[in-house]
Write a protein that binds this ligand. Structure first.
Ligand code: F6P
Length: 322
């Protein structure tokens, strides 16, 4: 028999759509006849007893908001054996028989450890980075892409007016997905990602010069933060080409804002699936999207899966960008 009382928390970097996932967990749990607690500020809430019982109205009017109404944190204390035991003891004391953890792979390692301490956990992928190997999609990714695209469209206006080169750094930690997809969408002249090494002369300078010959006068280069050194790269480009260049680091603007329809719908489906798993007595699973299907994997296996970068799409993007 599955859990009768569960908890939900958001952990790690926030992502647009986390609220939709929290709402789905709370509403699904209540509809299955379960009690549900919201845990404040990630795993910290399990360590300091900061939880609140949720009802249908606790999650009203949050589906359209970015950020997370449960707040979030990275919890160094929870990353110790004592911390995990303390959190598990707190869950037992409160009768919490299952926890839905919405976050990235760091949060899933915490969920795996909490499972090891006897508390069933289900992970729901929530991060703008799309860097979780077992799933094609993470909650927040689509909103971040659309925000980055809109910001770079704006940057293009001024880049064009000045006949300049703009080098724009996007987020993604060690994953190049935000850069690749944004680069295609904004028509970047080059996109640099950590998964594919680049040659400064061949992939940037020669390309810019070839494009210049065809009459091009302004350039957008998208760089994933995992490549790094954006300011230095920008200065090198100016020195090597003579084209006035500017660097922009988009930063946390990519993490905020109202979630897109895709993020709201995927988050709702994943939140529901997580509760269904706990209701059916499952534990130590990660919810994932494969194609358009919501599926789930063992957390430990999911954490060991290698992430596959879409090199074919990267090649397509390189062909289009000139
Ligand atoms: O994981 C989401 C993310 O925004 C990454 O893209 C980025 O590297 C990191 O979090 C930034 O973390 P913080 O908000 O702690 O600066």
């Amino acid at each position: 028999m599955g859990a009768k009382t569960i908890a939900v928390l958001t952990s790690g970097g926030d992502a647009p759509g986390m609220n939709a996932a929290v709402r789905a967990v709370v509403r699904s749990a209540i509809s299955f006849g379960m009690s549900v607690y919201g845990v404040m500020r990630g795993y910290n809430g399990l360590l300091n007893g900061d939880i609140k019982e949720m009802n249908m109205r606790s999650v009203s009017d949050i589906i359209q908001h970015g950020g997370t109404s449960l707040f979030t944190a990275r919890s160094p204390e929870f990353n110790t054996n004592e911390g995990v035991q303390k959190a598990a003891d707190f869950c037992r004391a409160k009768g919490i028989e299952g926890v839905v953890v919405i976050g990235g792979d760091g949060s899933f390692r915490g969920a795996r450890d909490l499972c090891g301490a006897g508390i069933p956990c289900i992970g729901v992928p929530g991060t703008i980075d799309n860097d979780i190997a077992c799933t094609d999609y993470t909650i927040g990714y689509d909103t971040a892409l659309n925000t980055a695209m809109e910001m770079i469209d704006r940057i293009r206006d001024t880049t064009e007016s000045h006949d300049r080169c703009s080098v724009v750094e996007v987020m993604g930690r060690r994953c190049g997905d935000i850069a690749l997809h944004t680069g295609i969408a904004v028509g970047a002249m080059a996109t640099l990602v950590p998964e594919v090494p680049y040659d400064f002369q061949r992939d940037i300078v020669d390309r810019m010069k070839a494009a210049q010959q065809t009459g091009k006068r302004h350039y957008i280069i998208v760089v994933a933060e995992g490549v790094g050194h954006t300011q230095e790269l920008t200065e090198r480009i100016q020195a090597a080409t003579g084209i006035e260049s500017r660097a922009t680091v988009l930063g946390h603007v990519q993490r905020g804002g109202s979630p897109t329809l895709r993020d709201r719908v995927v988050a709702s489906r994943m939140g529901y699936h997580a509760v269904e798993l706990l209701y059916n007595g499952a534990s130590n699973r990660v919810v994932a999207l494969k194609g358009e299907q919501v599926v789930d994997f063992d957390i430990t296996e999911a954490l060991n899966m290698p992430r596959i970068f879409d090199e074919n799409l990267y090649r397509v993007s390189a062909r289009l960008s000139i």
